[in-house]
Design a protein around this ligand. Structure first.
Ligand code: FMN
Length: 441
């Protein structure tokens, strides 16, 4: 029986960003390293593959009603390496608002300090506000962001591959430390970057950190087909998820890769408790924290609709939707997921907001541990994903509930690992050893 992969998001206070209002919640937990170390230990005890943090280099969302983006994921996740031994760490980082040399160096360092458990979730950044933090008058157009991302990852992977195995000889007798002939410059000159290389040190245990990609547009899918080891995706419908995974595998094959070397990790917001009744009660409590009118306006904007035309309780039909996702949407992937839901039947913006935990697209799965396990098993066995990136609805409750209540059911069914069988994340994901995509001189 094939096994699913499971990642857990550390997003705090939860994928319900307004969960900070609940009586038990600590409104500053998203800044507390003890909170995150506690979560990392819970995840490792459950044999979770990796913990994950989304990110954007700007204050995102309305800070007036909820915390948005939190601590820099690289700094935070690097700290968790010190309190874990097997748990992978997936830090989101931008190809638009970074230099490839520093990016390559930082994630190579993360692979060394985690002893082969590092992954980067590459995004082109969906938050226009980031542009002003980097001296740009406006957020680059998506096509330009993706063209830059291709060159960016080509440079990064070639830098990661720049030191051949055995470049360090460390001969104490002759005093020769390394063989310069086995350490390669890349001398890249392209549209966006000029980078000489090499990096100051050689590769970590994985050769290359695992590359996760999140972006569901045509350009996003092409980038994933060429570089991604894992694609983090979003779907509200089973058919939509199955079609996306088939498309990614087809595109990877078209890029000359083995489609089994690209794993699809489907995002799902999980709200689970020991009983169905308690889960439903908690869902009502979390829904009550949402500023529905404002969030409905954000969601309508992502669909290319206006809050002037649709109130939170007005049904949106497929006929109301523009032919294509608007260019300014946070993510085509998210908007496509919601459009697929509306294509099944009309939904109100309020329903869509509640059904995606107040966000813009990930499916909310509420239920008892058995019901959640049944649902994940059904989507996995239908070919919707190679695994899931589980986003706790209320991290203070659902992170631990998922790890302690749902994971053992999946393990008992033979659907998830009961032990860590490989010390590196790349090995555990069943990925081919890292190999040069860009040609070394
Ligand atoms: C599942 C998923 C997760 C994403 N997470 C982030 C994120 O954490 N930060 C971010 O800036 N963009 C995120 N995005 C958006 C894209 O990565 C990217 O930033 C850009 O908006 C293009 O997305 P698109 O190809 O889906 O249109 C995410 C997209 C998807 C589909």
């Amino acid at each position: 029986m094939s096994r699913m992969h499971l990642n857990l998001s550390l997003m705090t206070p939860g994928h319900f960003r307004h969960a900070w209002r609940l009586p038990h919640a600590d409104p500053l937990a998203y800044l507390d390293i003890d909170h995150f170390q506690r979560l990392a230990r819970i995840a490792e005890a459950a044999k979770i593959d990796a913990v994950f943090l989304g990110d954007g280099p700007a204050l995102r969302g309305e800070i007036e009603d909820a915390p948005g983006t939190g601590l820099d994921p690289l700094v935070l996740l690097g700290n968790l390496a010190a309190v874990t031994t097997h748990l992978g760490v997936i830090a989101t980082s931008s190809t638009t608002y970074n230099s490839p040399y520093n990016f390559a160096r930082r994630f190579q360092a993360l692979d060394h300090v985690t002893k082969g458990r590092a992954a980067v979730n590459v995004v082109t950044t969906g938050t226009p506000a980031a542009a002003a933090n980097f001296g740009l008058a406006e957020h680059p157009a998506k096509a330009d962001r993706y063209r830059r991302a291709h060159e960016f990852l080509d440079v990064v992977t070639r830098l990661w591959d720049g030191w051949e195995p055995g470049a360090v000889v460390a001969d104490k007798t002759t005093g020769r430390y390394a063989d310069p002939a086995r350490i390669h410059r890349i001398d890249h000159h392209g549209e966006f970057f000029s980078v000489a290389g090499p990096l100051p040190v050689g590769a970590g245990p994985q050769g290359r950190p695992v590359i996760v990609q999140a972006g569901g547009s045509e350009d996003g899918r092409d980038l994933a087909a060429r570089f991604a080891d894992v694609v983090f995706t979003v779907a509200q419908t089973l058919d939509g998820a199955v079609a996306f995974r088939e498309d990614i595998r087809r595109r990877a094959e078209g890029a000359g890769r083995d489609p089994n070397d690209v794993k699809v990790s489907l995002g799902v917001v999980v709200l689970t408790s020991a009983t169905e009744g308690e889960a439903q009660r908690r869902e009502r409590e979390l829904h009550a924290t949402l500023p529905i009118d404002r969030l409905a306006g954000v969601l309508l904007g992502n669909l290319g609709l206006s809050a002037k035309d649709f109130g939170p309780d007005d049904p949106i039909t497929a006929a109301d939707l523009p032919d294509a996702v608007p260019g300014g949407a946070f993510s085509t992937g998210f908007a496509t997921a919601v459009r697929a839901l509306i294509a099944q039947r009309p939904h109100t913006a309020g329903e869509l907001v509640r059904g995606s935990a107040g966000g813009a697209g990930h499916r909310l799965l509420t239920g008892s541990a058995v019901a959640v396990a049944d649902d994940l098993q059904a989507w996995f066995e239908a070919g919707a994903a190679d695994g899931f990136t589980v986003m706790p609805a209320d991290t203070a409750a659902d992170f631990g509930n998922f790890a302690r209540l749902v994971v053992p059911i999946l393990q008992d069914r033979g659907l998830f690992q009961a032990e860590y069988h490989d010390p590196t994340l790349r090995g555990r994901l069943g990925l081919a050893p890292a190999r040069p995509i860009g040609a070394l001189p």
